[in-house]
Design a protein around this ligand. Sequence first.
Ligand code: PLP
Length: 394
Amino acid sequence: MDPIQFLGENLAPTSPTPMGLEIVGAEGCWLTTKDGNRYLDLVAGLAVNNVGHRHPKVIAAIKEQCDRFLHVIPYGEFVQAPQVEFAEHLTAALPDGLDSVYFVNSGTEAIEAAVKLAKRVTGRTKLIGCRKSYHGSTHGSLSLTDNEVKKYRSRPLLPEVHHIAFNDPSELLRIDANTAAVVVEPIQGDAGVRIPDPAWLRALRERCDATDALLVFDEVQTGFGRTGTFMAFEHSGVVPDILVLGKALGGGLPMGAFVASRDRMAMLASDPVLGHITTFGGHPLPCVAGMAALDILFEEDLASNAERMGQAFKALLVHPAIKEVRGKGLMLAVDLGDADLVQRVVKGCLERGVLGFWFLSCPTAFRISPPLTISQEEVETACGVIKEVLDGMS
Ligand code: PLP
């Protein structure tokens, strides 16, 4: 469909086939469109709205902050209580060694800055990513991403970037004394939800320790309860040197962050000073929204609900056309083994009021990543529609 029909002539399109829903309201797991239809949201803005759309506590925090102040000066100059308090709350929920937070604007910016920090700390330049990874759309993140279709028009990208196989111990020896950072999603998202063996992650940690390379976990998609634990690295017990966050971090407002030890992070403040700078990083609105969302995540124990509802999806999504339902918590891929069928099923579900979405690097599956507040009844509704659509196609 023609994007101009939906977006007008002045808004740049990103694809020739936008979904074209015009949203006028959102609450919990539901979206309302201009034509009065309601959609059960199995996407959550791509793993952003973990506490549900417009949670009252998030909205209240945003409104209160609007009555105090908005942007005042770029990150790091003034004392802004929302930043200080959010950093305290966030690091209190993380292991020792992840105690200093730098707020930025997006997941991809957080990856860029994390890589700069790793180069600074190690004095090295070689970077390692994993095959089938996705880390964002700016040049550095795209260099680490392993999706040639997304990369080839943007070359040259960063030099000295190598990709090793995900979840394959035989390639770990490519991490060596020249390696600044190894950047890994602890569960790969856009590859179609790929869960590594915890033993591989432990071996990765050991190899990084042996070579003094920094281990960077990209938890932009997996963080904040999505996989049934606060952070996905808890499934293996492997703690990274630098943790990269985004998506759900800002409680529905745009925000990224990277977290490391205080001594390492302090290096960004000298030689040169302002080693990473960003005008809007740590803006007070995403800070208060993110802090409210963090509190809600723990108060309502949403990680446990993610685990339970993920199991419910797996139990209910049994159908001859479904080859596999992969994932942990509410980070799920429904694999149909057929890219064309996936397109038709996502469209068919949309026509029946259930919003699913595709993966960048796994055309044979569609994603289920709803708000973590989803109820058993909503899971049953969603699975009923998905199976009805599949029945109509076989
Ligand atoms: N890292 C991962 C694992 C992601 O899934 C994404 C986005 O989908 C990013 C990084 C980039 O985040 P952003 O789109 O906020 O730049």
